[in-house]
Design a protein around this ligand. Sequence first.
Ligand SMILES: O=P(O)(O)OC[C@H]1O[C@](O)(COP(=O)(O)O)[C@@H](O)[C@@H]1O
Ligand SMILES: [Mg+2]
Ligand SMILES: [Mg+2]
Length: 344
Amino acid sequence: MSVGSKRVSLTQYLVEQQRNHGLIPSQLRLLIEVVARACKSIAISVNKGALGEVLGTAGSENVQGEIQKKLDIIANEVLIEANEWGGHLAAMASEEMEGIYVVPNRFPQGEYLLMFDPLDGSSNIDVNVSIGTIFSVLKKPGDSKGVSEDDFLQPGTAQAAAGYCVYGPQTTLVLTVGAGVAMFTLDREQGSWVLTADEVQVPADTKEFAINMSNMRHWAPPMKRYIDECLAGKTGVRGKDFNMRWIASMVADVHRILTRGGVFMYPWDQREPEKAGKLRLMYEANPMAFLIEQAGGAATNGQTRIMELQPTKLHERVAVMLGSKHEVERITAYHLEAGAEKTL
Ligand SMILES: O=P(O)(O)OC[C@H]1O[C@](O)(COP(=O)(O)O)[C@@H](O)[C@@H]1O
Ligand SMILES: [Mg+2]
Ligand SMILES: [Mg+2]
């Protein structure tokens, strides 16, 4: 669908996609529209900042052992309330909730499962830097009675849809249902999502990497090797200079990569050797991997395609390397060469 003079709304885009690719049954379209509406409401809270008393901590801890921010909880509640009554969902799971949230049976039960990181980039909330919401959609396995946490433990390849909303200078919703990646900008006057980019492609090569450099001494040798070579630039084996960016909001770093290319890494490190990484597989890595792959990029944990990983628990963590295909392939090759002993 071409982004031309004619304004295309989110609903028009989804209907067209259904006509062209048959990938969006009505329940899934309804789900995506409801998530998009919830993101609009979260955007309003985010924009209020200190005026809306949404800054600062909530004083409680989530299942990850992180101090929750007020906006983590506000965004979580907005997504639950918006999605529980529509009849398109059986259950939800969130970074901010230990167990799954089964849609109360006073509401019609739907056939989809929704997972989300209600507020991504929490460390940037109080400093007015771009933050976001990330979501992933799965089908509830047909044969299961009721719904359980096990129903969620499906590989990323089973995702029916994935996306994020970035709350930055513009509010942008980025979406895939498995037929490419589209971007919608929120028209605040109209309160509507307008298609502003379609068939988004990530360039295979890049000169821009994103990683939290302050963790370098904790990385495994293949990771250090890759970054050392980038830093050596023209004088080293790469023969070209690299630039670095790190916003510390995954949504914003990935949005930059979907917009102009680049490679994003949050590798394993020996600060917490028992953890595979910092980021969560189900509602951070898998949805971002789906988007990046649909835009022609790649996403691995240093060894395996992230979308092929079989999840074992809801809040499982994973090492993440994603973005421009050739760089991700190089980083993965370095890990495999190193035999990946204890890098994952
Ligand atoms: O502070 P660090 O170590 O650079 O980590 C930043 C990373 O942590 C995150 O903030 C984790 O996500 P949450 O904010 O949803 O917990 C990512 O968005 C970001 O990429
Ligand atoms: Mg996050
Ligand atoms: Mg979060």
